[in-house]
Design a binder for this molecule. Sequence first.
Ligand SMILES: Nc1nc2c(ncn2[C@@H]2O[C@H](COP(=O)(O)OP(=O)(O)OP(=O)(O)O)[C@@H](O)[C@H]2O)c(=O)[nH]1
Ligand SMILES: [Mg+2]
Length: 475
Amino acid sequence: MSAYGDTVPIAAQAAQGALALLRTSGEGTLELLARIFSRPRALLEAPGHTVVHGWILPGPAGAESGAGKIDEVLVSVYRAPRSYTGEEGADISCHGGSAAAAAILESLRGAGFRDALPGEFTFRAFMNGKLDLTRAESVMELVSAKTQGGLERAVRRLSGLLEQEIRQIREKLLEVVSAAELYLDYSEDEIEVSPDEAAGRLPRREEAEEALRRLRALAASYRREQIYREGALAVIAGRPNAGKSSLFNALLNEDRSIVTGTPGTTRDWIEASLSLEGIPLRLADTAGIREIPASPGESREEAETLGIERSRELIKEADIILYVVDGSAGLTPEDGNFIRLRGEKLIPLWNKTDVREPADEVRRGYPRLVAVSARTGRGMEELCGALAGALKDFPDISGGEELFPAGLGTRRQKDLTEKAADALEEALAMADREEPLDMTAPLLREALHYLGEITGEVSPADILETMFSRFCLGK
Ligand SMILES: Nc1nc2c(ncn2[C@@H]2O[C@H](COP(=O)(O)OP(=O)(O)OP(=O)(O)O)[C@@H](O)[C@H]2O)c(=O)[nH]1
Ligand SMILES: [Mg+2]
């Protein structure tokens, strides 16, 4: 059975375009590859980091006769430990199209390579100390990044910045743990003891508190990174016919959502992506919210009712709500209530200024009100500015960037960071209650352990396997 953790030669297709790339790695890779290569000696003698030209042949038998070539290829040769995986390996670039790559893969199997498991190359790189877990995970993030921002941030983690951030916290914590251990190992008359320590409280308490602050800030960075990766959700809401779909289209600069003069036009919500000053945004147009008079059996209204339910759910999820007031109808008490309830994360918009401007008292009542006309485009720039401003003011977006420019990229990292913080917080609370140090110390060690799991220093094998199996093939 194939499994992560062995070192046998493996192969997988890693890319396909005008050219395709197959990747191989493992002890004895070049020996095996030479069996199906037109220039076996050139391959076997090639130094690491050189390229050998030749043909891939259908099977070991063909190697002698040189018959039945599959494809002309370039083989990049890697010698252990100077390779991505840390093992001996070879990348085969062949002609694009699925047929050539599939035939080469088949021939590799015939020569003795086994198919790589998802993420197995990166797994081996991790096992051989080429990268820590945070960097291995960032490889996956990089591959799946959908936005420029998401990509840039994954690259920060790939370069090892997150690993460093975690190591710094770990060092702080280590000071606390080693002071505690020292203290537990020696009796009071053997070492000098501060009054705090004598009372059984935590030695190096300031360091512990500092480590806790940092852990919490690091945990919070996950949301910021998630926004950069997936986009913040901005939901356009308002009563029917207010001009939500018109504004949605105007913001996107294209006719995406259907606009009509009949209230209740938008039923299902529509989502589109855009980027505002480098921050990705998911913009959603929703069904207008209103109380619908019940008239059973009428499917049109059922669809609208369902649409309104979805609008409500989306509004709950939203990071930002653009609430559109139908300027031609004026501000209703319902509008007023809605705006007041949602507070900070709502930007009130007065649409249809070409028909009617908001009265001075409305402006005074809602100082953040942005007046726009989806029809003429008036105020759209101001709206974009207000949106960008709201995004930047996000505690989620702006927080902790100086302290943790890389931040956490995966849920796994966030959960472990929180567990470490919880353990440390509990240790501090116990110290406050003057509980003896031998009760507190295990919690400190636990916090340290969780940090070690983030970088992979102490990760159990099964967790590693589950993690890497989520990678794509050939990575
Ligand atoms: N004069 C004027 N009319 C507008 C403006 N924006 C939208 N409208 C009109 O208002 C009507 C409703 O526009 P929609 O964008 O469909 O409104 P909506 O809020 O999406 O409506 P529902 O999907 O039914 O909830 C259409 O006839 C639009 O042409 C505007 O800025 N000025
Ligand atoms: Mg609409």
